[in-house]
Design a protein around this ligand. Structure first.
Ligand code: ADP
Ligand code: ZN
Ligand code: ZN
Length: 733
């Protein structure tokens, strides 16, 4: 009998050999099937990578696997290949990388099949009047069943106030029956559209023409200004794919997956669409995953992890708002769903569209190099016009809770004319911190190098970096004075100020604190879409992708906040955020205006951004990156380490660098920077340091990273501290 070589979800970067389980036949050993194995004292679910004839593990020491869990591999071959590629590219343990490509229930060893849910429905010919007049409860229950001809679960019956104990009685009278429900496995051939597509303008037509001309692998970068109708291009590209019997996978940013997004797809297509959102149970996710794999779901919309959704007939992949950071996982397996999407499209041999009004400098560079095909939409769709910008110099003006009197006047005008105003600032809470007026003491977090944010609703201090909270002190920790004052403004404070300034107009705050409750975002969106004059105050949650037809004024309170960031991507982020927020103004019949409060009204980059647009900004930014040899002109990886004591992490990283640099086999051209303490050295009680590796040659860097992870796994000190490797990091913290 041969041996099984398995990928097992552990932090170790290697495969593990096992004996086949007892009584298993050779046909069962297909690479890709899940295998339950003993691992230490636990049982884990691994995936069969290979069947081998030889092993370095002595036979006597080799354990038999417990069971083969699948008759056929759950992941289609292309996805299996993608998972392996990701593990290697990101130097992440293969077992974990493959496990993460599976739905949670499959990781746990559940069968790869639909839920067997028991549902109830009325029996054929059942009528209310077959029950005697006194059986009121039974009548109500039967009525409920009649109203749900496709079946209803016991839980749902209870939720509707029905008595499940009476179901058996109805069943005995042949009025009700139970059955096992399989979620939507029907295959229908029907007209795929609910509504007619819009007539495209010439630019949209040209973009669509190029996309649908392709049925092989081809990456497109769709650069379309906000409101230019990118979504309409996606919808029509998807329509073509669907008419060919294929499926579409659409990835959206984390907070972009709102009911409004799915509603647009559902309004257009008369087809099974699944949205993989965070409110789903593991069970619902597996069902959706199966529907995608079997080709029943035609359109799959999801956030980052949806890139691993299997498709029976893949037709196209779309990454909307491709510049968004949420496509990069920032912990554990640090993959970029956008980059994996391009890789996946090449394995599946299908087109992939990266769309944005403010593409990442990486993607623009790829387009300039000819690796991605350019598509441009330079006009707003329909009758909408681009918004007009005004830089409001606030250097000498007195601010009222962060609002200049000029801005207050403009907000009033727009409300009076009956439209909506959006006020953006990038900080939630009441104020960024609390200060002692007498001695200058600041309310700092005890576990981080950071100030704590003052919140009023409810009143407390909150660290946004480690999540620790404490009551607001009555007196200064340092001098005992009770003159504690909030410094600066967050969304709560702005909301309060606007309510006072404009009584009679609702103020809707949109930030992480107001949208946590289930359906909260939906309710807020419904209120905004009713269209009555109101003020929206919020963080970048308001910036992303939303279509607010009634917003005519966008106010950016602190346009300068990202200008002087330590991260080389600070300028790029600022530009993207400004244009995305600005893009919410004037998207329909009413012209839009954007007022930016700034202390740097003559800043050349800000001026060029608002007068010449994103592309010109991006050209300059790329030139600067070139001059400084920063990504995307070079490739970058970041080794982070953290320890309980200051300098321990740095010491380890220094040793890593010295040992590896001495190695004569070390690849040429890799540049080491650091170690440095991280920009926020102390976070959640841990002291953090980092080492940067850069190399224009991707292959050389990759070889170096392999040597690096080998070294880290072998080094005894590295077992005492936490370390992680981030390939193509999107933030340097
Ligand atoms: P983007 O995603 O580029 O920001 P959207 O796709 O949301 O833009 O389009 C903005 C608005 O323009 C939407 O209300 C959309 O229905 C409308 N729209 C898009 N294309 C057309 C078109 N060809 N004709 C008329 N209206 C259009
Ligand atoms: Zn004090
Ligand atoms: Zn903290």
């Amino acid at each position: 009998m041969p041996f099984l070589r398995l990928a097992i979800p552990t932090p170790l970067r290697r495969l593990f050999d096992y004996l086949p389980p007892e009584g298993c036949s050779i046909e069962q050993l297909q690479p890709g099937v899940r295998v339950m194995v003993p691992f230490g004292r636990r049982q884990l679910v691994g995936v069969l990578m290979e069947v081998v004839e030889q092993s370095d593990v002595p036979i006597a020491k080799m354990k038999p696997a417990i069971a083969i869990l699948d008759a056929t591999p759950p992941l289609p071959p292309q996805l299996f290949k993608l998972a392996r590629w990701g593990a290697s590219y990101y130097q992440h343990p293969i077992g974990e990388a493959i496990s993460q490509a599976l739905p949670v229930l499959l990781r746990k060893g559940d069968p790869c099949e639909y839920a067997h849910e028991h549902l109830w429905r009325a029996a054929k010919g059942a009528e209310i009047n077959k029950l005697s007049g006194s059986a009121v409860r039974q009548k109500e229950l039967l009525q409920l069943l009649i109203e749900h001809p496709k079946g209803i679960s016991s839980d749902a019956i209870r939720a509707e106030g029905g008595q499940t104990s009476l179901l058996k009685k109805l069943e005995a009278k042949d009025l009700a029956e139970s059955f096992i429900h399989h979620p939507n496995t029907e295959r229908q051939i029907r007209e795929p559209l609910h509504e007619a597509p819009l007539t495209l303008n010439p630019e949209q037509q040209e973009a669509l023409r190029q996309i649908i001309a392709e049925d092989k692998f081809k990456p497109f970068l769709l650069l379309g200004i906000t409101g230019s109708g990118k979504t309409e291009v996606y919808l029509q590209a998807i329509e073509k794919v669907i008419r060919e019997g294929k499926q579409a996978l659409v990835l959206v940013p984390e907070i972009g997956l709102t009911p409004q997004t799915t509603a647009r797809f559902k309004a257009r297509f008369n087809l099974p669409i699944v949205a993989l959102h965070s409110n789903m149970t593991d069970r619902q996710r597996l069902d959706a995953w199966l529907q995608a794999r079997e080709g029943i779901a035609k359109i799959i919309i999801g956030t980052r992890s949806a890139i691993f959704t299997p498709l029976q007939h893949p037709g196209i992949i779309i990454i909307d708002e491709e510049h968004d950071n949420s496509f990069k996982q920032q912990e554990g397996y640090r993959y970029s769903a956008r980059d994996l999407a391009v890789m996946r499209a090449s394995y599946e041999n299908i087109p992939v569209i990266l769309g944005s009004a403010t593409p990442s400098i990486e993607s623009l560079h790829n387009a300039q190099q000819g690796r991605y095909q350019w598509l441009r939409l330079t006009q707003r769709a329909g009758n909408a016009l681009p918004p007009k910008f005004e830089l409001l110099d606030i250097r000498q003006s007195a601010l009222q809770d962060g609002l200049s009197s000029e801005l207050i006047g403009q907000i009033g005008q727009h409300l009076q004319q009956g439209t909506q105003v959006l006020v953006f600032l990038n900080r939630r809470g009441f104020a960024p911190t609390l200060m002692c007026h007498d001695c200058g003491w600041l309310a700092d977090c005890r576990r981080c190098d950071a100030h704590m944010t003052l919140h009023r609703k409810p009143l407390h201090l909150h660290c946004h970096h480690c999540d620790s909270q404490r009551p607001v002190p009555k007196a200064c920790d340092n001098c005992g004075s009770d003159e504690l004052k909030p410094v600066g403004a967050g969304t709560e404070r702005t909301e309060e100020a606007l309510l006072k300034l404009f009584p009679g107009f609702p103020v809707v705050r949109v930030d992480r604190d107001t949208t946590q409750r289930k359906n909260a975002m939906q309710q807020i969106m419904e209120q905004i879409h009713q269209g009555d004059p109101c003020i929206l105050v919020g963080t970048q949650m308001l910036a992303k992708g939303h279509h607010f037809p009634k917003v005519t004024l966008v106010a950016i309170l602190n346009s300068d906040s990202g200008l002087f960031s330590a991260d080389f991507r600070g300028m790029e982020r600022t530009a993207q955020l400004i244009l995305q927020v600005a893009g919410r103004a004037g998207r329909a019949d009413h012209p839009g205006k954007v007022v930016m409060q700034t202390h740097h009204a003559d800043h050349p980059i800000i001026n060029s951004l608002v007068s010449e647009g994103y592309l010109e900004f991006a050209r300059q930014e790329l030139a600067q990156r070139q001059a400084a040899q920063l990504p995307p002109l070079t490739n970058c990886a970041l080794l982070r380490a953290e320890a309980n004591h200051q300098s321990t992490a740095e010491r380890l990283l220094r040793q890593v660098r010295e040992d590896l640099e001495e190695d004569i086999l070390q690849p040429q051209g890799v540049q080491w920077l650091g170690p440095f303490p991280s920009p926020m050295e102390k976070r959640a009680g841990q002291f953090r340091a980092q080492l940067v590796l850069q190399c224009p040659d991707r292959k050389a860097l990759h070889r170096q990273l392999i040597a690096l992870t080998h070294y880290m796994e072998a080094n005894p000190l590295s077992r005492k501290i936490r370390w992680s490797l981030d390939v193509d990091p999107v933030d340097m913290f």
